[in-house]
Design a protein around this ligand. Structure first.
Ligand code: PGA
Length: 250
């Protein structure tokens, strides 16, 4: 049980390129009877399934957006289009995009700016790969990822943002950061932002991501600076996702 509850918890499901229309129906059915008051529940399905959540009592978000607002960019989606489609959030800088699509800190910062311009809340994903964790330089690594965004959009924009700390070595691997490892980085991120603006640092939701499951969610979410989770694999099972959402209420 957390001593301070200044921040509303947020649990976000990142389907990645998984799921189908049937999962959207099953998920809504599983969540519809639960008392999720006090928890923000966000679902980020692949874009073609966003419409299946229209009218549901859930927040929806994109998994990516273009840094541009319009133009000849085949296959891309602008933030304003996500907004018009009912999204209020968008994931930015997920490690799979940083790796698979070579998204640099600068590009991620440009996408955050574009999301903010479109009236979306960017969920800025940061986190170190395994070699950086082993070398012990993960605080510096994460700080650099955040600083690139601060220099582009300014610290005041973080009042309309969420941060997700997702150690790359824990994503989809079944290796979860221990609650203490997660707390250490979350507290570091908050103190790093506090050097620029204490109020924003205190208010921003910082999610943990990386093999969060129904079995470990309570321990992770009970850490003082962990304000919920970004859930990949376990968000594809409606009952597991529900349990994780309920864990954020504990
Ligand atoms: P995972 O993914 O829960 O399957 O580890 C988390 C994420 O990539 O957002």
């Amino acid at each position: 049980m957390k001593l301070q509850t200044k921040r509303q918890p947020l649990v976000a499901g990142n389907w990645k390129m998984n799921g189908d229309a049937e999962l959207a129906i099953d998920l809504q059915a599983a969540l519809s009877n639960a008392d999720l008051s006090g928890v923000d529940v966000l679902v980020c399905p692949p874009m073609p399934y966003l419409h299946t959540f229209f009218g549901a009592d859930l927040l929806i978000g994109g998994q990516n957006l273009s840094e541009f607002n319009s133009g000849a960019h085949t296959g891309e989606t602008a933030g304003r289009m996500l907004k018009e489609t009912g999204c209020s959030y968008v994931l930015v800088g997920h490690s799979e995009r940083r790796t698979d699509n070579h998204e640099s800190n600068e590009l991620v910062a440009a996408k955050v700016a574009s999301a903010l311009d479109s009236g979306l809340i960017p969920v800025l994903c940061v986190g170190e790969p395994e070699n950086i964790r082993e070398a012990g330089s993960f605080f510096e690594y994460v700080a650099e990822q955040i600083d690139a965004v601060v220099s582009k959009v300014g610290i005041e924009s973080f009042a309309q943002m969420v941060i997700a700390y997702e150690p790359v070595w824990a994503i989809g691997t079944g290796k979860t950061a221990s609650p203490q490892q997660a707390q250490d980085v979350h507290a570091f991120i908050r103190s790093h932002l506090a050097k620029l603006d204490n109020e924003i640092a205190e208010k921003i939701q910082i999610l943990y991501g990386g093999s969060v499951k129904a079995a470990n969610a309570i321990d992770l979410f009970s850490q003082a600076d962990v304000d919920g989770g970004l859930i990949g694999g376990a968000s594809l099972d409606p009952q597991d996702f529900l349990k994780i959402c309920l864990a954020a209420k504990e």
